[in-house]
Each structure stands twice: as structure tokens, then as C-alpha cells.
Design a binder for this molecule. Structure first.
Ligand SMILES: [Zn+2]
Length: 145
């Protein structure tokens, strides 16, 4: 998907949800921060689940413009592999050309094919622009690098 068409900025994604992130509860690992091409790849692991064991790990990709450092005014396409992204944010972000789609065919892409075309009537009826906490944690981390 062409990043140039995205209408969504970093500050829109970070600023829309007031719920406090708890960065200490997660390990955010940025595996790639490619300033030349405006790509950030990261994994986000919840340190402990309810049973005091390591929680689920999700993959986040952020593609942004302009290239260089990520800023509050960068426009972005994003994706996360978590259920919250798929059920709440995928459709709305796609409607704003802000849903990153991997150029590589994976099993996940077919899941997004469905989520991008089914409006989140129950999970996001107001069609609010935003993203899951994993994406917001990666953005927060990348902005402070
Ligand atoms: Zn997520």
C-alpha cells in the first residue's frame, strides 16, 4: 500500500487514546529502524500474564514518511499481529490508507483481508482512528531514540 496516501499522523495515533500505557509491563524490541526507507519493525512482549508467565508476543511494522527520524507529524501505515488491532483498528486504518500490508504473502494477510473489509460495529462503532497499545508502545519507544 502506498504510504504517500496515508492520512494518519503519529500524533493522531498516539493522542487519541488517553488510557495510560504501562511501558514497564512490556519488552519493546525494535529489530529494524530503517531511517532511509522509513520502516520500523519491532516485537512487543508482555512480560507477565495473569499466571505470572511471559505473555503473548506480537509483531509491529510501522512505515512512515518523510524518511529520516520518526516525528509526531510523520504520516504512517501500521500493522500489529494482535487481536485488538485486527478487531478494532484494521478496518478504520485501512479506510484512511494507513494499514500497512506486508508485500510478502503470509497466512496473516488473509486475516487482514477480512478485518479490513468488516466494519468494527461493536469494538469501534465511532470509527475512531488509533492503534493498539503495542503500536503505541513502539512509537513511544522510537520517538525517544
Ligand atoms: Zn497490537
Amino acid at each position: 500500500m502506498a504510504i504517500t496516501e496515508s492520512e494518519v499522523t503519529i500524533s493522531q495515533i498516539v493522542g487519541t487514546r488517553e488510557k495510560t500505557l504501562k511501558p514497564d509491563d512490556y519488552n519493546v524490541h525494535i529489530t529494524q529502524y530503517d531511517e532511509d526507507n522509513g520502516i520500523i519493525n519491532a516485537t512487543v512482549l508482555k512480560k507477565y500474564n495473569a499466571k505470572n508467565r511471559p505473555g503473548a508476543m506480537y509483531n509491529v511494522t510501522i512505515q512512515y514518511l518523510p524518511a529520516g527520524q520518526l516525528t509526531q507529524t510523520s504520516t504512517v501505515s501500521v500493522v500489529c499481529t494482535c487481536p485488538d488491532f485486527i478487531t478494532r483498528w484494521s478496518y478504520v486504518l485501512n479506510a484512511h490508507n494507513a494499514h500497512y500490508v506486508s508485500p510478502y504473502k503470509t497466512g496473516l494477510n488473509s486475516q487482514y483481508d477480512i478485518s479490513m473489509t468488516q466494519a468494527p460495529k461493536h469494538t469501534n462503532p465511532g470509527m475512531q482512528v488509533g492503534a493498539c497499545k503495542h503500536i503505541r508502545l513502539v512509537i513511544q519507544s522510537a520517538l525517544t531514540l
